[in-house]
Design a protein around this ligand. Structure first.
Ligand code: HEC
Length: 121
């Protein structure tokens, strides 16, 4: 029996919006199990955000919540970065339609089972 090493995820295996989300949010957030080991430890994973009752409101306006205003531009929604405070990192630049695509992708993410993580189940 031939043993095949797992192949790297190819473009076709990405769900709609997954790539856009990984490129823009995956620098800090764990977005899907394709980047389970990436992300910044102190940043909530999208699966954790999905457990919040207000996850959709938060996602739809993510650029208004810190730390995002410092590095995010949403077309027609945000003012340009102040000249004295340019984005400290490569900025996120999105249209509202792209934000909506990210929200729709987030809807497909299975909320984390936090009870299981804590050994409560
Ligand atoms: C440079 C790092 C970074 C990037 C890039 C980033 N985030 Fe975040 N995000 C954070 C951190 C850190 C927090 C936690 C903030 C806190 O707990 O105060 C956070 C929190 C959030 C929250 C919860 C906000 C709240 O106050 O409850 C949402 C929603 C969110 N991010 C959405 C996104 C989306 C959508 C993207 C991509 C379009 C994204 N983030 C890109 C760092 C980032």
């Amino acid at each position: 029996m031939a043993l095949l090493a797992p192949l790297p995820a190819s473009a076709e295996e990405y769900a709609p919006g997954e790539k856009l989300t990984m490129i823009n949010c995956g620098r800090c957030h764990v977005v899907s199990d394709k980047d389970r080991m990436a992300g910044i430890g102190s940043t909530p994973s999208f699966a954790v955000i999905r457990t919040w009752d207000n996850w959709e409101d938060k996602m739809k306006a993510f650029w208004t919540y810190r730390p995002h205003p410092a590095f995010t531009q949403v077309e027609g929604m945000t003012a340009p970065f102040p000249e004295s405070r340019p984005s400290p990192i490569h900025p996120i630049q999105l249209t509202l339609a792209e934000v909506e695509t990210i929200v729709e992708y987030a809807r497909t993410i299975e909320p984390a089972d936090l009870g299981a993580d804590l050994g409560l189940k």
